[in-house]
Ligand binder design. Sequence first.
Ligand SMILES: Nc1ncnc2c1ncn2[C@@H]1O[C@H](COP(=O)(O)OP(=O)(O)OP(=O)(O)O)[C@@H](O)[C@H]1O
Length: 353
Amino acid sequence: MGVEIKVEGLTKRFGSQVIWNDVTLTLPAGEISVMLGPSGTGKSVFLKTLVGLLKPDAGSIMIEGRDLTRLREHDLYEIRKLFGVLFQDGALFGSMNLYDNVAFPLREHTRKSESEVRTIVMEKMELVGLTGAETKLPGEISGGMRKRAGLARALVLDPEILLIDEPDSGLDPVRTSYINQLFIDLNAQIDATFLIVTHDINTARTVPDNIGLLYHKHLAMFGPREMLLSSEEPVVRQFLNAQTIGPIGMSEEKDADELASEEGQELPPLPPIPLQLRTSNGTTRHAERPAGQWCHDNGITPPPGSFESGNAGVPGVRSGSTSAPATTDTPAVGTADVPAAQGESPAVAQESV
Ligand SMILES: Nc1ncnc2c1ncn2[C@@H]1O[C@H](COP(=O)(O)OP(=O)(O)OP(=O)(O)O)[C@@H](O)[C@H]1O
């Protein structure tokens, strides 16, 4: 079971430039969280701070009772073993084949024999659907395959926490769907705590248990997926529904004139909350909650049509899953006969993503 990360009052500056101020949130153990935000709001800086690559100017990051921001280099090195990180481009060594790339952390950080390394590398390669591609060089494969190889490498030390930076960058929508399905399936299998930084609204609407939004140097909101998808808070609503009307402008915040010109304009109704993507084999993830549970528990009426399909609900945006018959182990709250969204796992499909 993954570990909880408790962030309190975290502030990061570069010189006089404040990146974000007073960020407080808890990434629940074993759950999938997504961090959103306009470009340049410091999402990657947040990931790097969590793993101890950057030092915050204030605040704490508590993991297993220790404050990561106060650890000495040696202890930081130890606690980093809890983390697997997938950087945007997979960060593979171009001159090494995939096998050696994936084996690298094991050879660097453990004293395992080559036969033990082989067993682990082959297991992780299979998990991400890359069996048979061991001898390929990173330059010989597609962007999606590179990401999956990066993911296999992030998994070899059996991390409790997986940090994933823009897994969808450079991928087409189908490949993005496959990698999203892979995250859901992986989360069910390894129960690690996931934090995914993404710009993809469809991913944000259908994959995570929790969503956070960084905006204008602070954390605008963090909470369960249904909380943010039903929120009327202007920034959250604008971002999660990919709208131009709202406080977020082309570069940063809109100025007073721009906002005044929008006065009286009616916002489109909130789109339905889509079903969360489920595992491809129908098993229930540890962190999975029945559809509609949060709204029900908090007396929120979700937008009409919510939880009726895997459609992300934003015009032109569909979830990554293909429709499949309902499974009954996580019934929707307050909705009858909700079909479960499912898709084929890349590991099963051997799709060359
Ligand atoms: N090492 C650094 N030194 C100085 N400034 C930095 C450093 N790393 C990042 N920044 C600045 O921090 C800000 C946030 O960068 P970051 O890459 O985290 O944004 P982001 O939200 O991930 O953006 P995007 O969505 O475009 O990837 C940027 O202004 C960037 O120039």
